[in-house]
Write a protein that binds this ligand. Structure first.
Ligand SMILES: Cc1ncc(COP(=O)(O)O)c(C=O)c1O
Length: 388
């Protein structure tokens, strides 16, 4: 059976050259990067080369890169590392749970948290950030691109506000890495999170950029790895993979690979909008990362459509979370003001850099049919059809 993958924002496959770069670091060169002997020296050199590659992707110094286990750890490290009881945190209501749930835990520990609203298109207004500032505000955390809609946030404006207010600015750039140029100086952030597996590096790898001079309380205690910022033996093979993926990302941002993905995504959108009635794109009026589109298909359950498409061979994703047996609509879409039924009827299609025209053709063939079939079973759709 043909299988087409359009869920890159959940995870991406390793690129062959990333796997090739990692391969020697499992068996032939297996040293601990902290060991003094030659095995350790080789591993250390590989880790430092990867650090340089990642720093080049972000326009920062290699010493400002901390390797972590992924986006969740990086987000937690930034927030728990900076905030103390009595401090104030400003974040948005559309962050990934790695930030939102961390913020909720911090608020239980005596940190005041402001969750900013977003516009109907899913954008944080920098003026809202400015208005939320308080004398005790210590951190602003707003993501660079949203994982569900792809909508790009005005991080450079927020960075300016943070700098003027002398507040730390952290941005979760997990869904921006490899899709947009990232320059930590232009953004004006002091901390920035990236996850390896969203950019064709292995799962369980990530980085936190920490601007020089920023003191973070570590999350883990143990050895003095990563300049005392993250204890634990480095995942050498994973870090090498992340370094290679960063090198590829820099190359592909210049080579037109992203524009190619954007053209595929646009064709997918036009094809679906032209062939399915009562559907639309969430966040369509805003700048979005090239690979992501989020459709609502009224009069059906998104989860049922994800399953129906999977049975046909197309992997996409719904934004709903299953909470205590009931399907909760996505917090991102409800924050944008979508009614719960429309939010539950929404699906994310996220292309990889390997996506092809044939993949889009396949989606354009199966999606309208699957939507029509599910709607035949929907009492609300029949109601609309009868009234029309
Ligand atoms: C915006 C964003 N932040 C953080 C994460 C968590 O990253 P990881 O899976 O590496 O822990 C994700 C994963 O989906 C994400 O999309």
């Amino acid at each position: 059976m043909r299988r087409i993958y359009m869920d890159a924002n959940a995870t991406t496959p390793l690129l062959p050259e990333v796997l090739d770069a990692m391969r020697p670091w499992f068996i032939e060169s297996f040293g601990n990067a902290s060991s003094i002997h030659i095995h350790g020296q080789h591993a250390r050199a590989a880790v430092e080369q990867a650090r340089e590659n990642v720093a080049a992707m972000l326009n920062c110094r290699p010493s400002e890169i901390v390797f972590t286990s992924g986006g969740t750890e990086s987000d937690n490290m930034a927030l728990f590392g900076l905030l103390q009881p009595g401090d104030h945190l400003i974040t948005s209501s559309i962050e990934h749970h790695a930030v939102l749930h961390a913020a909720e835990k911090l608020s239980e520990r005596g940190i005041e948290v402001t969750f900013l609203p977003v516009s109907a298109d899913g954008v944080v207004d920098p003026f809202d950030v400015y208005r939320a500032l308080k004398p005790r505000t210590k951190v602003i955390s707003v993501m660079m691109a949203n994982n569900e809609t792809g909508v790009i946030q005005p991080v450079a404006e927020i960075g300016k506000i943070a700098a003027e207010a002398e507040v730390y600015f952290h941005t979760d750039a997990v869904q921006a890495a490899g899709k947009l140029p990232i320059d930590v100086k232009a953004i004006g952030c002091k901390l920035l999170s990236i996850s390896g597996h969203k950019m064709h590096a292995p799962q369980g790898t990530g980085i936190l950029y920490v601007r020089k001079g920023t003191h973070l309380e570590p999350l883990f205690f143990g050895g003095s790895h990563e300049r005392q910022r993250r204890a634990g033996t480095e995942n050498v093979a994973g870090i090498v993979g992340l370094g290679k993926a960063a090198e590829v990302a820099i190359r592909e941002l210049k080579s037109g690979a992203i524009e190619r993905v954007a053209a595929l995504r646009d064709r997918l959108e036009q094809g679906i909008l032209g062939n399915v009635d009562e559907c639309g794109v969430n966040g369509v009026g805003q700048a979005r990362v090239a690979n992501t589109t989020n459709f609502y298909f009224d009069h059906l359950e998104g989860e049922a459509l994800v399953i129906a498409l999977d049975l046909k061979g197309l992997a996409v994703s719904g934004g709903s979370a299953c909470a205590s047996g009931a399907t909760e609509p996505s917090h991102v879409l409800t924050a944008m003001g979508l009614a719960p039924a429309r939010a539950r009827a929404s699906l994310r299609f996220s292309l990889t850099k390997q996506s092809t025209d044939a993949d889009v053709d396949f989606a354009l063939e199966v999606v309208p049919k699957a939507v029509a079939r599910l709607r035949e079973l929907s009492p609300t759709y029949k109601q609309v059809a009868v009234e029309a």
